[in-house]
Design a protein around this ligand. Structure first.
Ligand code: SAH
Length: 238
């Protein structure tokens, strides 16, 4: 590879969690080949005082601890030079929910810098001061941003050139066409009294494509009508 690999810099209190599951299978092979590079950094290196403190009690009181803005600011400044154009993500349940569209944009760029929160979260001031994009992986609370960062990485890495065997498999997947994917089947033709839909055994590629499109629409309508946009029956709000 001649150009610089897609590079993920992770700021975390647990760098030993990486690459973790990203070290095996598709992403692991791609890491070994140098398609992407991983740079997991210990936030505590920028901690305060002899004990390298990274957190403190919440201003205004309340439970838990908050990651300090001066510590995180220094950790970010140590990895992201002014010329570094990589988006800076902060994993956060308050963030914009991750979408395949955003994943694709991130995969097409030079890489990402990801800040993993812990405890109650991070001091609000560092988010604005370092232009952090808050990203959520769903409406539930994890104990830290590391697994959320791995989700973002996994989704991006599989889209990097040469990582997926057949690149067409990326284009037909759920969300790519604004729809959930059609059902899959493979041998045996009959299993526990359940047969593969007859049309898939026929070899009529036009009919199969139509069936798949209709199934994708049906499943999307049933499970995720929000993906189809505002329905005709609901009034459009201006
Ligand atoms: N007190 C916070 C939750 C903190 S959870 C709140 O109520 O919003 C600790 C850390 O885990 C967060 O700082 C974040 O980095 C990570 N995290 C938890 N849930 C997440 C989610 N759904 N998506 C992304 N990151 C999450």
């Amino acid at each position: 590879m001649t150009s610089a690999p897609w590079t993920a810099t992770i700021l975390t209190l647990y760098p030993e969690m990486f690459p973790g599951p990203l070290g095996i299978s598709l992403s692991g092979d791609a890491l070994a080949r140098g398609t992407w590079a991983l740079d997991a950094r210990q936030i505590r290196e920028h901690g305060i005082g002899r004990h390298r403190a990274v957190d403190d009690t919440p201003s205004g009181g309340g439970a838990g601890m908050v990651l300090r803005c001066d510590v995180l600011g220094a950790a970010i400044d140590a990895v992201a030079a002014p010329a570094d154009t990589r988006p800076r993500l902060l994993m956060s349940p308050r963030g914009r929910p991750l979408t395949q569209h955003r994943v694709r944009e991130l995969a097409e760029g030079p890489g990402i810098v990801v800040v993993c929160g812990r405890f109650e979260g991070v001091d609000e001031r560092v988010i604005a001061a370092r232009n952090l994009e808050e990203v959520s992986i769903g409406d539930y609370i994890l104990s830290g941003g590391e697994m959320a960062a791995m989700v973002v990485l996994d989704a991006c890495i599989r889209l990097l050139p040469g990582v997926m065997g057949k690149s067409v498999s990326g284009e037909e997947e759920s969300f790519e066409g604004g729809l959930l994917e059609y059902p899959h089947y493979t041998r045996p033709r009959e299993w526990e009294g359940r047969a593969i839909p007859e049309i898939l055994n026929g070899g009529n590629h036009g009919a199969i494509a139509r069936w798949r499109r209709d199934e994708a629409r049906r499943i999307t309508r049933e499970r995720r009508p929000d993906l189809l946009g505002p329905s005709v029956s609901s009034p459009i709000k201006r």
